[in-house]
Design a protein. Sequence first.
Length: 475
Amino acid sequence: MVYQKALIGILILTFFLRLPSLFEPFTYGDEGIYLTLGQAIRRGVVLYREIHDNKPPLLYLSAALAGNFSYFRLLIFIWSLLTIYIFFKLAQRLFPQNQPAVIASTGLFAILTSLHTFEGNVANAENFMLLPIIGGFLLILNGKPLPFFLSGILFSLAALFKVPAAFDFLAALVFIFLLFFEKKLYALRYALYAIFGFSLPFLITFIYFAVQKALWQYLVAAFFQNIPYLSSWVPGKPQVFTLPLPLLSRTLLVAAVVFILFILRKKVSLVAKLALIWFSFSLFAALLSSRPYPHYLLQTLPSLSLSFGLVFLKSKERVVPLFLGLVLILSFFVFKFWHYPNFSYYLNFYQFALKMKSQEEYFSFFGRQTETIYQVADYIQAHTQPQEQIFIWGTQPSIYALSRRLPVGRYTVAYHIIDFDGYQETIEALEAKKPGLIVKMKAEKRKFPELERFLKIHYIKVKTIDGGEIYQKML
């Protein structure tokens, strides 16, 4: 009864922490990409071959299922509540007969994953992949053959939302060998079950995209292309074997943690083993690209929150959550992760909810680009047909999704054209289709000379909406 009341209280708190996300303007760039690709899927466009992004397919399939921004936000809202419930079950399994540890760790997890600080309000891949990852660890603790296979499937589904979840699977394999170190044949057997389960969903996607004649594009976009993409944020760092030296240093640190845990395996509790292994691999994954996006750190929060339950145990392991918390805070500042305020974010929403602010004032909190995005999307809807394609030079893919128009070419944002050298492919697509409207966002300072020449020959500027210039094809 205590557990039920506590869980209900945590879910109610989560409801109010996440409620603003259902009313935010739809201007977040990544969500715009996901919804644009989702809308493309609904129209029969083949992923990767005909429209591009650099993640595996489950995120775009989720966006396609949702169909629009409102339902997409509602989907992640419900998904997050389910994630908290599964975390609660994992905490119960790890802290039997210790109600304070279960309640405190679950409460911390619910709060941290919902805060604006870690972009818990956004439908990013990290928010989706936490559920199958946590479920995967819960199944491993069952200790029977079939759950290990099912666990592998769950970890695979997480990685099909975003590849760094594969590092959580590596943590799971290490954890399996730690659990059954004295029975190595059992450890090997269970690990193979998990690996087979992990491989199966990937194999299905390979077969599907091969049938769609998009296998190579899928492999390049979701896997191969991400290797140079990851290192593009830190081009000045020393490299070894084309990989940044700091990345290799972090690899050695993770290996050291694993080695020490195997040496001290009989002296370390089950919870501490899991928390330390899981946190080490998930932090490695979060820092993989050295990019300062705080939603990357969501991946570290389940293990950190679990470790918090150790505070309620009478052992020296109570220092573990302090240590992991300090490591996370240090990483936050060393890697200069972007910071999003919480108080002003919630104040802005609840002032709006209580009619102390107009919608225009509420939207202005999210930046001047908000009004531009909505006005440009409205203009496009009014001056094009639903089946028409358009092109936007900038990083506002939400315009595609809000106007319910698809882009000419495979790319939805300027930085993909730049990072993946898609200039020639894009200009060829524009030459072939000559869309009725092209939008240039003033905030995009990077040059596309071929586009400028193309506009001078075939288009005329018909409207300027704050941060956007709209060009119409000449008759």
